[in-house]
Design a protein around this ligand. Structure first.
Ligand code: AMP
Ligand code: MG
Length: 425
């Protein structure tokens, strides 16, 4: 950890939005990327078990995929030299080759072989003519001058060439990667070990599902949000429940969590209220790397270490938990899992509404992306953006990312959005 990382330690908190000690989101991202390294420890798992895991070593192809030149269409394999310069040409059909079979006799001038998609091209042939383009009469076919030599053939190794690095260390295995591992005929692959994450909520006002609420109490929602997010990310998550706003109890919880977890995530207790003990305990047990991030919702957010464990102290407000999870914690955990995540993709669209925004922090407002009457993408705010209004997230399908230095945004102007879902999740 550098001096810069601890520069935010023990700074008095300040609620102004122009707090110069607040760390811009991009800087927080950069710092997390440099401070966090992948966990040590790898294991070999079967290909299917590798889904959602991160490769610990590059995967090289020991074969060509496909192994041989093969037909991209059902039709007739022939020598490109037999395609007539003009008019038509009649060829003798000397056999059939289905996918999975092979035709080993070299083809002579004036010959063709009936071939099915995926079947290997017979020696001597280099072209496939679609079956719809030929006229058949007994064991003869007639082709036209319009055909092109070399067409409709998938060359050996067009997908993966023998010896190529086809997947990199640090790559997360999704459906396409799993398919590639399958196409190489692999049985096992090396992956980073699972990352262990302990999480708990803090707050005397929190009650668990099934209990009756007394005045001033609320049900704990953050542990559900975090459970879901951690589950999806594919870490080994341990739910440590609700921890009271009592420094001794909290200290014990942190110590317990640090004894087995690679990362600890808490919510609540990180601001400057009477019962906000997280920062103080963190200072005692470990190191706090930075304390406030210039983002809304989400400030304050603590990041640090206790022993070997990385610590993320999220604010208590439910929307802040969602925003800090996606913008800061998830990329950090992905790094721990072995990936080198890039900032989420954003793109510019027109906003249907005017948006209120104060300079000096990056705002992650919630919006609904849709198409207007002309088919152009437009984003509409979900309305009230209070950090306690979790509905503003469940109604939304994107973050509207308003940059650090910007102010209010007029209706009709362009804003950056981050869609919640990509094509392959
Ligand atoms: P805090 O950061 O502890 O000051 O909490 C800020 C706000 O978030 C308060 O209104 C808390 O009641 C609320 N809050 C804290 N933790 C949770 C939780 N686990 N579930 C729902 N709301 C919470
Ligand atoms: Mg609290």
């Amino acid at each position: 950890m550098t001096d810069k990382d601890t520069a935010f330690q023990n700074e008095p908190s300040c609620r102004s939005d122009h707090d110069p000690r607040s760390l811009p989101v991009e800087a927080a991202w950069e710092r997390i990327r440099t401070v966090i390294e992948p966990v040590h420890g790898t294991e070999r798992v079967t290909v299917r078990q590798a889904l959602g895991r991160v490769l610990a070593a590059p995967v090289q192809s020991s074969i060509n995929v496909p192994a041989q030149d093969n037909a991209a269409m059902d039709g007739y394999a022939l020598r490109g030299a037999d395609i007539p310069a003009a008019g038509t040409q009649t060829l003798a059909c000397v056999g059939t080759v289905l996918a999975g079979a092979s035709f080993t006799r070299a083809m002579q001038p004036g010959e063709c072989v009936r071939i099915m998609t995926g079947a290997p091209i017979p020696p001597g042939a280099d072209t496939v003519v679609m079956q719809e383009n030929v006229q058949c009469a007994g064991r003869q076919i007639t082709i036209q001058a319009a055909e092109t030599p070399g067409q409709n053939v998938r060359p050996a190794g067009e997908d993966l060439l023998q010896g190529d690095t086809v997947l990199m260390a640090g790559q997360r295995v999704g459906p396409a990667e799993l398919g590639m591992l399958g196409s190489l005929g692999l049985v096992e692959v090396p992956v980073y070990r699972r990352v262990r994450v302990a999480f708990f909520s803090t707050g005397d006002e929190l009650r668990i599902a099934g209990s009756t609420l007394e005045p001033g109490q609320i049900y704990d929602s953050n542990r559900y949000t975090l459970f879901a997010a951690l589950q999806r990310l594919g870490v080994e998550a341990t739910d440590m429940g609700v921890v009271a706003d009592d420094p001794h109890v909290m200290e014990q919880a942190f110590t317990d969590a640090a004894s087995f977890a690679d990362a600890i995530i808490t919510s609540g207790g990180v601001s400057v209220g009477e019962a906000d003990f997280v920062k103080e305990i963190m200072g005692r047990l470990g190191e706090v790397a930075f304390w406030k991030i210039a983002m809304r919702p989400g400030r304050p957010l603590a990041f640090g270490t206790i022993g070997q464990a990385r610590f993320f102290g999220l604010p208590g407000n439910p929307v802040s938990v969602v925003a800090t999870w996606y913008q800061i914690v998830q990329p950090a955990l992905r790094r721990l899992m072995g990936e080198d995540p890039q900032p989420p993709m954003t793109f510019r669209v027109r906003t249907a509404n005017a948006l209120r925004k104060r300079p000096g922090r990056t705002e992650f407002q919630r919006g609904v992306l849709s198409r207007d009457g002309d088919g152009e993408l437009v984003v509409t705010t979900t309305g009230s953006q209070g950090s306690g209004i979790l509905r503003s997230v469940s109604l939304a399908n994107c973050f509207i990312v308003l940059p650090h230095d910007g102010g209010d945004v007029a209706a009709g102007s362009r804003v950056e959005v981050q869609p919640f879902e990509g094509v392959m999740g």
